[in-house]
Structures are given as structure tokens and as C-alpha cells.
Write a protein that binds this ligand. Sequence first.
Ligand code: NAP
Length: 279
Amino acid sequence: MMQRKIAFIGGGNMAAAIISGLIASGYDKKLITVSAPSEKTRTRFSQNVGVLATADNVKAASEADVVVLAVKPQLMREVCDGLKGITDIDQKLFLTIAAGTAVQLYRDILSPNLKIIRIMPNTPSLVGEGVSGLFADDKTSAQDKAFTTDLMSAVGKVVWVEKETEINHVIAIAGSAPGYLFLFLEAMQEKAVSLGFQPEQARELILQTAKGVVALAEYEQDLGFNQLRANVTSKGGTTFEALNVFDKKGLKPTVDEAMQAAIDRAQSMEIEFSLAKKS
Ligand SMILES: NC(=O)c1ccc[n+]([C@@H]2O[C@H](COP(=O)([O-])OP(=O)(O)OC[C@H]3O[C@@H](n4cnc5c(N)ncnc54)[C@H](OP(=O)(O)O)[C@@H]3O)[C@@H](O)[C@H]2O)c1
């Protein structure tokens, strides 16, 4: 991949995952700087990971070609306020991984012509199995987009969306989805334990089933999920009876409502954070 000087503002779990992925794919450590307030985080990056670390966000961003904004969404305005006035800001590429922070928020604070790409990764990125939704508008070049594709490919797959509103849809489909799937696994484990299984034994049965289901769907890539489900369901059999219960209890409308709630929350966060700027 292209090697550019890159500064991570914030050195939390997601920044650490992306940096590990970059290094594993051959990125030059000397081109990576992490800026974080705590000594503990900086030491972890400089000594254990071998990249540069600083407490000075402005210095890190000023010296970089690419600035990855990797702090919590509620801190983003304060952090960006601190970066105002960096010279050549429009020459740099900014990437943000914070949910609920619109492109316009960054342009309002930093520069009206800011080159900014929104990235919505998900937690499996921490083990290199993530998927990220990416959005850029026409201020960003094809080369910047290619760089960002390579960057996030270091921790999983990437999907570009055409409209910024679709980033909030990616949040519902992938960003928040590990939570839904863990809930399902948790409910299955609780039932298994109530039947007398040890939690570890139940965990193994459930996790291996989940892995197997993913492997099967990848193997049978021409089959839709509905067909895969039909293939494991014989009329009058055990799976049939279980699926009937999900159907009667309204699993699909419940999933629809839950995903819509995630989208609505992402949209309201965008409004909250843009209003916070003006107050
Ligand atoms: N984790 C996920 O699965 C995930 C998924 C999608 C999106 N995201 C987004 O990714 C962003 C980071 O998430 P995370 O889980 O990596 O968070 P995190 O583990 O809480 O890390 C936040 C980092 O920000 C640093 N920080 C705090 N104040 C700062 C400041 N003023 N200047 C510079 N750095 C500052 C902290 O530094 P110290 O370590 O020194 O305290 C910490 O390293 C969030 O916006 C989150 O919404 C995360």
C-alpha cells in the first residue's frame, strides 16, 4: 500500500487494532505517530508497538499527511477545536472513525474544504475480521480513497457507500450488529445452562455452530440466507418447530425495529454533536 505519514489522534482499542493491522501488512512504523494524553497509552505504543507517541495533537497532525481522528464522538469537537489553524490543513487527508459526527461538523470547525472520509468500523476489526463502511464526497481524490481502502483492509473488509446518510445504515447493519449477534448467543447459552450444560461446554457448542454457519454461507455463496435456512429445515422437524416460534413471536419485525432504532440514534447523535458546536 501507499506509505504516507499518518497520525492517530487517540490511541484506544480501534486505533491500536488499525495500527497492528498496518504493521502486519508491512507499513513502516516510523511513519506512524499516536497522540494520546496518558503516559500509559503513549508508553504502550512507543515501547510495545514501536511507533512514535506524543501528547501533542497539533504536532502530530501538523507533521502528518493523513490524520486519523480516533477519539470518542463526544470529545471530537474539543479535539478538533485544538487542531484549528494547522497550516496546509486542506492538503491533508482527515479520516474519522467516530459515529454520529457528520462531514459538515469537521468542515465547520477545521476548514470548509477539508478532505475528510468517514469510516464506520466494527469491533471484529480488533481481531482482523472487521468490516468498515466508508464515505467520501468529491473533495476527496481517488488516490485518497484508495489509501483509505488499503488502510481499513488491514483490519477486515471495506464497503464504500454513495451517500453520507448510508453511513448510519452501515452502523445498523454492521457497526452495532456484533451486539445483536452476541445477544442471540447469550440467550442460547442461558437456555443450554438451564438444561444442565456447563457454561463453557455450552459456549463451545454455540460458538462452533456460529463459525460453522458462517463457513457454510461462505461456501454456498450462490444461496441466499432464506435458502440456506430452508435447506436446514424439514417440515415438521425440530428446526421447523423452533423457527415457527421465532415467526409467531415476530423476530423479523423486531429485528427491523431494533435496526431502525440504531439508525435513528446515529442520526440524532449527528444533530446533537452539530448543535453542541454552536452552544
Ligand atoms: N471500538 C470499536 O469497536 C469501535 C467501532 C466503531 C467506531 N469506533 C469509534 O472509534 C473511536 C475510538 O474508539 P475506541 O474504542 O478506540 O475508544 P477508546 O478505547 O476509549 O480510546 C479513546 C482514545 O482517545 C484518547 N483521547 C482522549 N482524549 C484525547 C485528546 N484530547 N486528545 C487525543 N486523544 C485523546 C484516549 O487517550 P488515553 O488512552 O491516553 O486516555 C484513548 O486512547 C470512537 O469514536 C468510537 O466511536 C469504535
